[in-house]
Structure formats: structure tokens, C-alpha cells
Design a protein around this ligand. Structure first.
Ligand code: GLV
Ligand code: MN
Ligand code: MN
Length: 407
């Protein structure tokens, strides 16, 4: 039986598949993605699953239920990372899912059991999150083929270089009638469970997100020869925008983050003529998130007008908020209760998850594990072995609760 120790060893093993030997960075359709898929497939096979990589680069495994061909309960998460990542965001959910499949290997279930390691949740390479799970949910958009990574490679070319046929991406789609539901175990990526001194929690809903690329356009000119009244400094304007975004979000129930800023021409003696900034916007409800964007957009326009600058906005990502299905919330609660914790906390997730995309085709449920100091998207991400042990028990019991509900 796969233990918590082995689960953590597997997460550590996946750290090896990184484009940078000093830190963990594994992006969509990279050689490291291939290695991670191959290793994950091997673990899946050891757990008695039949494996395949789908037409969007997601790694799958399946065992049949009481009879062959039944709809599947899917357990999974993602195998890609942010730059300089921790070892657990995504990967823990995949290796826990494999461990649960192994534990239930000889248990007859009224559904097939599948495990998936999604290929792209973070959007690190192409700036577009959830590419793997959106392909599965039938949400693929033909415009995405033209997305480029930082070296100019298009998503289309990256598919071909990985050995995937872009014309066949539709074959990754799963239909609602093939699925019983989707369950994801994930570190919380925030401090609430730790503050409550609880190892596990169940997720009620996942935040709606929107991402934008905002260009603030001014005029590049000589840093010595241009008096202040004649300057149209894009960076000073962008700085004001960044501070305004934080102020507006803090006054609301939304979270807004500028994570990337690129200054052109980027010379010490030239007034910045252009700044490109990213904006990541989240809220518990789509209405709150959209209202926040309207407010930010109005402030952006006003700041630019006041400084004789211009703003151009491109929306790069939108994901609707997703509710966990009440019956799967009940199953996760039953799973946690079976470990001796009678009153687990229900949390909404400000972080995005593949479950959001899967909610388009099937019911979803999520189990959260406490993580050290709430840290995530950072190499210090950590989880206690004891929490993984109780998490494995709870995840296994959750699947059995779904089996009882389906019987
Ligand atoms: C994914 O981790 C996200 O929430 O951005
Ligand atoms: Mn993440
Ligand atoms: Mn994640």
C-alpha cells in the first residue's frame, strides 16, 4: 500500500523534472513534462491502472468498475508548475490519487476509477491557464493555437514538437455521460486550515478569475533633456495604476495582483515609453470580480488621462467561478469524518484548479490539505507527512462514500 512517506518521495522525485536544475520549473509541452508524464504513467501502472496520454498531453490511468465500460469517477490534479515552484501544488493531488487507486485496487466499485495528471493548469508557458483540463472539458478555442511563449514558439508548434497532432485535440474531450464526477485533492495554498489547527477541509466553491495584459503607453525621451511638463512617463503612470489596483481590491472582497511588469525601452537614461503589466483578478463570485474590473478599468483610464498616457487592454484568461456539487461536498465531508474529525471546515478557494474546467462536464468536489504557513507558488511550499497520511485515508473514504451514493 502506498504510504504518505512514499507519496512525499514521489513528489520529491518529480522535482527532478525541471528546466532549471537549481529550482523547480516544469511547463506545458516541455521535455520535463514528457518525463513527468512517463514517470506518472509508471506509478499508475504499478497501481493496476491502464494508462494513456490524451491528445492534449494529459496523462491518464483507468481501472474498470464492477463491469467494463462504466462511467468513471476521475481523481486528479496537475503536473505543471509556476516558475521556481514548490513540490506540492498539483503534484500532491496526482500522486495521492494514484495512491488511492492502489489502495482500492481490489475493491469492486460501481464505476470505473480514473486518475489524471493534467498537462497545464498554471498557464506559465503560454499565459493561458487550464489548457489541459479545458481540452478535456471541450472548451478548446481555436484562437489558442496562435498563443506564443516567451521565445516566440506558438502553442501549435509546441504541440507538434511534443509529438501531439493539433488536429486531434478534440479527441481529449470527455462527455458528461462518461463521467460520474471529478475529485481533486490539493494543498490549501492559504493559511486558514493552519490557523484553525485542522489538517483537512472540504471546498465549497472555486473563485472566478480574469487575467489581463495592460499596456500603458507614453513616450520614450531623453532622461536629461526632457523637462517634467513635457514628459509622458509610462512607468510612473503604471506605478500609480499598480498602487490603485491594490487599494481598490483591499476595499473590496476581491484579490487583484500585478505579477509582471515589463518596461520599454528599459534603459537607465531613457524615460519609459511603454509598460506592459499583468493583472490577475479573483473573487468568490463572478459578479464581484466583474464589478472590480469595471472599477479598476475606470481608474486606469483616469490615471492615464491625467498623465497624457494611453492604455490598451487585452483579456488573456477568464474562468467562471465553480461550485462543488453538494453531494460531492457531502462525500468529502464523510471521507474526512471517517478519519475522526467530526466537523470539518468548508472553504472557498481563491486559487484556481482544474476542477473549475471539469465543472463544465461533470460534478466536482475538492479536498484541501493544510500547508505550512499558507505558502504556495514558492519553493518553501510544504505539507506535513501526518496530514498526507490522514488525507490519503480521507480521500480513499471519499471515493467509498461516492460508491455508496452511486450504488
Ligand atoms: C493557480 O494556481 C492559480 O490559482 O493561479
Ligand atoms: Mn498553482
Ligand atoms: Mn494547483
Amino acid at each position: 500500500m502506498t504510504t504518505a512517506t512514499q507519496v512525499l518521495e514521489r513528489c520529491a522525485h518529480l522535482d527532478r523534472y525541471s528546466s532549471d536544475p537549481r529550482v523547480l520549473t516544469r511547463v506545458h509541452l516541455s521535455p520535463e513534462h514528457r518525463f513527468a508524464n512517463d514517470r506518472t504513467a509508471m506509478w499508475m501502472q504499478q497501481a493496476g491502472l491502464t494508462t494513456w496520454q490524451d491528445a492534449a498531453g494529459n496523462q491518464w490511468g483507468r481501472r474498470e468498475g464492477a463491469t467494463a465500460g462504466l462511467p468513471a469517477l476521475v481523481l486528479g490534479s496537475h503536473l505543471d508548475t509556476v516558475p521556481d515552484a514548490g513540490s506540492f501544488d498539483g503534484m500532491l493531488g496526482v500522486v495521492m490519487a494514484i495512491a488511492v487507486a492502489e489502495r482500492l485496487r481490489h475493491v469492486a466499485l460501481p464505476f470505473a476509477l480514473e486518475v489524471v495528471g493534467f498537462s497545464d493548469e498554471e498557464g506559465t508557458r503560454f499565459g493561458k491557464a487550464l489548457l489541459g483540463s479545458q481540452a478535456v472539458a471541450g472548451l478548446w478555442d481555436e484562437d489558442w493555437w496562435a498563443l506564443r511563449d516567451r521565445s516566440g514558439t506558438t502553442l501549435l508548434t509546441a504541440f507538434e514538437e511534443f509529438g501531439l497532432d493539433p488536429r486531434r485535440v478534440g479527441e481529449a474531450v470527455r462527455r458528461p455521460d462518461e463521467l460520474v464526477g471529478y475529485l481533486e485533492a490539493h494543498i490549501e495554498q492559504g493559511p486558514r486550515l493552519e490557523a484553525a489547527d485542522e489538517a483537512l477541509g472540504f471546498v465549497t466553491s472555486i473563485a472566478g478569475a480574469r487575467r489581463f495584459r495592460i499596456a500603458v503607453l507614453g513616450e520614450a525621451r531623453h532622461a536629461g533633456g526632457t523637462p517634467y511638463p513635457r514628459r509622458r512617463d509610462a512607468l510612473v503612470g503604471a506605478g500609480e495604476v499598480v498602487v490603485a489596483i491594490e487599494r481598490l481590491a483591499r476595499e473590496s472582497r476581491c484579490l487583484a495582483t500585478v505579477g509582471r511588469l515589463e518596461v520599454q525601452p528599459g534603459a537607465v537614461n531613457v524615460i519609459p515609453g511603454r509598460v506592459d503589466l499583468s493583472l490577475d483578478l479573483r473573487a468568490e463570485t463572478d459578479a464581484e470580480r466583474d464589478a472590480m474590473w469595471e472599477t479598476i478599468h475606470a481608474e486606469l483610464t483616469s490615471i492615464c488621462e491625467g498623465r497624457r498616457l494611453r492604455a490598451e487592454v487585452v483579456e488573456t484568461h477568464v474562468a467562471a467561478s465553480a461550485c462543488c456539487a453538494p453531494w460531492l461536498q457531502d462525500a468529502v465531508v464523510a471521507g474526512i469524518r471517517a478519519t475522526g474529525h467530526d466537523a470539518p471546515s468548508g472553504l472557498w478557494s481563491p486559487a484556481g484548479h482544474d476542477a473549475m474546467a471539469m465543472a463544465e462536464v461533470t460534478d466536482i468536489g475538492m479536498l484541501f490539505l493544510r500547508c505550512h504557513d499558507g505558502i504556495s507558488h514558492h519553493p518553501d511550499e510544504n505539507v506535513l507527512e501526518d496530514d498526507v497520511a490522514v488525507g490519503l485515508d480521507a480521500f480513499e473514504q471519499t471515493v467509498l462514500a461516492v460508491a455508496r451514493a452511486e450504488a
